[in-house]
Design a protein around this ligand. Structure first.
Ligand code: C5J
Length: 220
């Protein structure tokens, strides 16, 4: 398949060696009362991309492509949450504290689940990650290698934090990465714009960008 309108130039991929990676579409980031809001962010900005993400996920599933979901999640005893992360900033609630949707950013808590509209199906990879990047301390690279994956198409939140970190990690591990622009969002629109621009700059130095309207016809 070729996405001819991808930037900065066409993106070629084969479905059998590609995965759709959906970064951290969790209640903790997207709904009131979670981690995102405790940091002072307007979470409604992120809700706007859900329909586009849903359309891509459904089309990808229909095409029988590999799906990877990630969750930013820590163990209940916080053994995998360095104090440097927990104490950063001046949030109303810190990671591990009890909020409106259970303990903030703790695996298994209601707020840590992926939103219902994008919930993983049985058999899809769902990776808990303690860092911003999807490859740090997760074993994801090994799982993708075993599945023969060489190309990763990214969606999710937030663009300049966990999505960009994961895409950079993937790029350094040799994957050809593409970011779906209308399927990613930031609490700061200017940061999203800058992240998208810098990833595809210098001849796709981190990867390609395209929109769901480019991808969906290719999957039909
Ligand atoms: C943040 C993320 N922003 N998933 N996490 O802390 O981007």
């Amino acid at each position: 398949m070729q996405l001819t309108q991808a930037q900065p130039f066409p993106y070629n991929f084969e479905l059998k060696s590609s995965a759709l990676v959906i970064i951290d579409m969790q209640r903790d980031f997207i709904e009131p009362g979670g981690f995102g809001e405790t940091l002072g962010n307007d979470v409604s900005l992120l809700q706007a991309i859900v329909p586009a993400c849903q359309a891509v996920l459904e089309a990808w599933r229909r095409a029988r492509g590999l799906v990877v979901h990630t969750r930013e999640a820590h163990k209940a005893d916080l053994a995998d949450c360095p104090p440097a992360k927990r104490n950063r900033g001046n949030p109303a609630l810190r990671i591990g504290d009890r909020g409106a949707m259970g303990r903030i950013l703790i695996a298994g808590e209601p707020g840590n689940q992926i939103i219902a509209a994008l919930a993983p199906l049985p058999g899809e990879m769902a990776i808990d990650k303690p860092g911003k990047g999807a490859f740090y301390a997760t074993g994801l690279h090994e799982l993708l290698q075993q599945a023969g994956i060489t190309h990763l198409l990214f969606m999710g939140v937030t663009t300049e934090v966990c999505v960009q970190t994961s895409m950079r990690e993937a790029n350094d591990r040799g994957y050809d990465c593409l970011l779906l622009e209308d399927c990613t969002e930031s609490y700061f629109p200017a940061f999203k714009a800058a992240a998208v621009a810098m990833m595809r700059a210098q001849g796709a130095i981190v990867g390609w960008t395209a929109t769901s309207s480019h991808l969906l016809p290719a999957l039909a």
